[in-house]
Design a protein around this ligand. Structure first.
Ligand SMILES: NC(=O)C1=CN([C@@H]2O[C@H](COP(=O)(O)OP(=O)(O)OC[C@H]3O[C@@H](n4cnc5c(N)ncnc54)[C@H](O)[C@@H]3O)[C@@H](O)[C@H]2O)C=CC1
Ligand SMILES: O=C(O)/C=C/C=C(\O)C(=O)O
Length: 486
């Protein structure tokens, strides 16, 4: 069995109290790793190591030197691509093609993009008049925030963790990462990469454990943490924000979603079915940007429901490396119970179950895994729990609509505001709607196309702040103004 240690000050270490927890495989719930659980003392050591590195060798490097090192990290991730793919498949149980096409390449890309951004984005400068007529020049300089606490979730572990670690380091900060307790493997592997390419000790630290009364809470409450960047549930964000209030630490939050997919009758039908299928069911529906509410213009409603049903019923469940399979389990038994409770609630609230609604028949070796069927409902009112609340599973409710105004109002009638996907050939209408829908990102005739230079984040209860490109620099640095009298 694999042993996963914390990574503190450039070394893999057990926790001081010797506590551990088991990491189970999503495909059969067998224990695949024993993980060191960091306590207060371990978190404190990690924060001190990060402070020392920030004030020492890392703080003394030029931007060009940091950029070279971050390119080295990206190259080493690419060189060890298969190790990362294997680790992420073991942690998440998701199919190999999701790892090789999305999750792992994005990890390497995150380091390259933010190395380029920090090298190329200028700061502001303003000339001003003064009473003596000689004027003054103002210019901005960016300084790192200090030690950044990175708290990440389990659904796209490496992608989402490096999306925050890369810009933090590019800007000259050091980090202490708390990966999800469900997915500790790739954060540990990244420690090996950091050492291999010569990132100084203490720059990247990893403490494993849970949230409340464990590594997560110790980290977010630690006074040595200067800023906190978090991806996860909105409820957890509320708790972390309370911790961050002590000491006025800045936060950047990417939170939950209950995203609408909107299909007009004039859309390219097959592309729309494929796009909604991906957005509802990729990664077994465990994607914050995924679609759990689908609105289809009435003339094509029945045909669309039938086409999506056919695709949902064609998935092949199995292990991540099974070439015959293309569909994985949920992350944990606990999450499966939550998703299945929503499946039961949908029926109680009067849903028509178009397909799914339960657990697939699996061979004996996989029976103990966290499998659930992709599920489609129709017939629920907009007040139903599965139409309002984030399930974070492979499911969606489909409802017909008649007018643009009606569908915009329904899309906006939710506490979340992360993303939407609109399918139509009438681009004037699509642009108009993009301005009206209250979300951080609108995709038109596409979904999950990511240009890492763009602003990424959520509206309403889906987040605070924006990351991506220059927006990440806003969070991971502080801009200071220098005013020079001429
Ligand atoms: N907006 C976005 O970009 C994204 C949002 N998400 C959201 O993440 C959620 C799924 O991820 P989960 O791991 O279940 O979220 P979660 O909020 O349960 O956990 C996320 C991380 O926070 C830690 N944590 C939990 N309680 C804590 C506390 N009191 N103090 C400090 N740390 C704590 C966990 O250990 C984990 O590392 C969904 O709601 C999903 O929508 C996921 C991916 C992207
Ligand atoms: O592209 C991003 O930065 C965020 C992606 C989010 C996921 O991959 C997810 O929630 O699964």
């Amino acid at each position: 069995m694999q042993i996963v240690k914390n990574f503190i000050d450039g070394e893999f270490v057990d926790s001081v109290e010797g506590k551990t927890f088991d990491k189970r495989s999503p495909v059969d719930n067998s224990v695949i790793a024993r993980v060191a659980e960091a306590g207060q003392v371990d978190v404190d050591r990690a924060v001190r190591a990060a402070q020392a590195a920030r004030n020492g060798v890392w703080g003394g490097l030029t931007t060009d030197q940091r950029v070279d090192l971050l390119y080295g990290v990206a190259d080493e991730i690419t060189r060890r691509f298969e190790d990362f793919v294997a680790a992420e498949m073991a942690d998440t149980g998701q199919p190999r093609h999701v790892m090789t096409h999305v999750f792992i390449p994005r990890g390497a890309a995150n380091f390259k993009v933010f190395a380029d951004v920090i090298k190329n984005v200028p700061t502001e400068a303003f000339q001003m008049a003064t009473p003596d007529g000689r004027g003054a020049l103002n210019y901005g300089i960016r300084v790192p925030k200090g030690v950044v606490g990175v708290i990440s979730p389990w659904n796209a572990p490496f992608l989402l963790m490096t999306w925050k670690v890369a810009p933090a380091l590019a800007c000259g900060n050091t980090v202490v990462v708390k990966p999800s307790e469900e997915t500790p493997l790739t954060a540990a592997l990244l420690g090996e990469v950091m050492n291999k390419v010569g990132i100084p000790r203490g720059v990247y630290n990893v403490v494993n454990g849970f949230g409340p009364s464990s590594a997560g809470e110790h980290l977010t409450r630690h006074p040595g943490i200067d800023a906190i960047t978090f991806t996860g549930e909105t409820r957890t964000g509320t708790t972390i924000m309370q911790a961050a209030a002590q000491g006025m630490r800045d936060v950047s939050f990417e939170l939950g979603g209950k995203n609408a997919g909107i299909v007009f009758a004039d859309a390219d039908f097959d592309a729309a079915v494929e796009g909604i299928f991906r957005s509802a069911f990729l990664n077994s529906g465990q994607v914050c940007l995924g679609t759990e509410r689908v609105y289809v213009e009435r003339p094509i409603f029945e045909r669309f429901v039938a086409a999506l049903k056919q695709k949902a019923e064609a998935v092949k469940f199995g292990r991540p490396d099974d070439p015959e399979a293309n569909y994985g389990p949920l992350i944990s038994d606990e999450h499966r119970r939550k998703v299945l409770s929503y499946y039961a609630k949908a029926v109680e609230e009067g849903a028509t179950v178009v397909t799914g609604g339960g657990v697939p028949d699996m061979p004996a070796a996989l029976e103990q895994g966290n499998w659930v069927q992709p599920t489609i409902w129709t017939g629920l009112p907009e007040t139903a729990a599965v139409v309002r609340e984030e399930v974070f599973g492979p499911c969606c409710h489909i409802r017909p609509f008649d007018t643009e105004d009606e569908v915009v109002n329904m899309a906006n009638d939710n506490d979340y505001g992360l993303s939407t996907t609109i399918w139509t050939t009438n681009l004037a209408r699509a642009h108009r709607m993009a301005g009206r829908i209250e979300v951080g990102i609108t995709w038109i005739n596409s979904w999950f196309l990511r240009d890492l230079r763009t602003a990424f984040g959520g509206s309403k209860q889906s987040g605070i702040g924006r990351e991506g490109g220059v927006h990440s620099l806003e969070f991971y640095t502080e801009t200071r103004n220098v005013c020079v009298k001429l």
